[in-house]
Design a binder for this molecule. Structure first.
Ligand code: COA
Ligand code: ZN
Length: 304
């Protein structure tokens, strides 16, 4: 078995996690949690989304979040990113000062319609326009429902090839493969990643995994074997997609960090600080957390 010496982890909790919490999280609390993530040493954090507040009310303070962070961390070496679904959102993110965005298009036609009310072709046309208008934007194309869709079931591999090729033709900087509903299994992971690595040998894919069926970390181990070394995860295992019935949380950042560090794979993340930040989420937002390490932490403190 061959494992990398280190991996990159992008923290997506403040976007993917918070968007799934219906009760309003005050902006100051969001910022306090993001600060905790910065101190935990994440080098890239998806801090919010520039989407319609009618679709996702929780991120309506996107401009304020980004403005505050950029003012405070101008010289810091952390990259702040936001998810956008259209040109309107990309323009707002750019004007707020961001130079790194995630643009989401689902491989499933039906999920793309449900999520961003566009056909895949319309989404790609808008992505092209974003690239033309903002050539200096670092764009991560998130291919939603790569491993399965709540409406369409399995997505043929040729569709994923097409999504990746279209993104590359437009000139995106990065491609993340999203298991939006946490349905991927390790064999499927192996089959798809082997094919994609063959077809796109120069692309360093990022994996965005949900843990709905408890296969998240098993999928990470398989992906590592396939040469992937960039992952997205959310503190506490928060997350879900309001437009994908049955979607549950992302793989928990602290579980991912703990597993990788136990395997002597360097993440650069300071686990005790991350666990402290998860504790803030647990105490102040009180969501249902699926994270294992959050509970190990509680138990070990109870014993000592
Ligand atoms: N940010 C903020 N407001 C936006 C926006 C954006 N990116 N895009 C559109 N809007 C506003 C418009 O200005 C308009 O406002 P108004 O009603 O005050 O005039 C309103 O939203 C509707 O605009 P329209 O272009 O008709 O959008 P829509 O109703 O067809 O919705 C999206 C399309 C993409 C904006 C919406 O589906 C969306 O935000 N989806 C994001 C879903 C998401 O975040 N999913 C989870 C992450 S994968
Ligand atoms: Zn997600």
């Amino acid at each position: 078995m061959e494992f990398p010496k280190s991996v990159n982890i992008t923290e997506v909790g403040p976007r993917d996690g918070f968007q799934s919490i219906s009760e309003w999280i005050p902006t100051e609390l969001k910022l306090e949690i993001i600060e905790g993530l910065i101190q935990s040493n994440f080098k890239k954090i998806e801090v919010t989304s520039f989407v319609s507040p009618k679709a996702i009310p929780q991120t309506k303070d996107a401009k304020e979040i980004v403005g505050t962070l950029l003012q405070k961390y101008q010289s810091n070496d952390v990259i702040f990113n936001a998810l956008v679904p259209n040109l309107f959102g990309a323009t707002a993110a750019y004007e707020a000062g961001l130079r790194d965005i995630t643009y989401v298009i689902s491989a499933s036609v039906a999920h793309n319609k449900a999520n961003v009310k566009r056909t895949r072709e319309e989404s790609f046309a808008e992505l092209k326009e974003i690239k033309n208008q903002f050539p200096d934007l670092h764009i991560n194309l998130a291919v939603g429902t790569t491993f399965g869709c709540p409406y369409e079931g399995d997505i043929p591999v040729k569709e994923i090839n097409m999504m990746v090729q279209n993104g590359l033709d437009i000139g995106v900087s990065e491609i993340s493969l999203a298991d939006t509903i946490g349905i991927a299994n390790p064999l499927q992971m192996y089959t798809l990643l082997t094919e994609l690595k063959q077809n796109f040998s120069d692309v360093d894919f990022v994996l965005h995994l949900h843990d709905t069926r408890g296969m998240g970390l098993a999928n990470v181990v398989m992906a590592l074997q396939c040469g992937i070394h960039s992952f997205e995860s959310a503190l506490g295992g928060l997350g879900g997609c309001p437009f994908a019935p049955g979607a549950a949380g992302n793989i928990a950042s602290e579980d991912l960090v703990n597993m990788l560090e136990s395997m002597q794979i360097n993440t650069g993340i300071v686990l005790p600080k991350l666990l402290e930040t998860v504790k803030i989420v647990k105490e102040k937002i009180k969501p249902t957390l699926t994270s294992h390490m959050a509970y190990v932490d509680t138990c070990s403190k109870g014993v000592s």
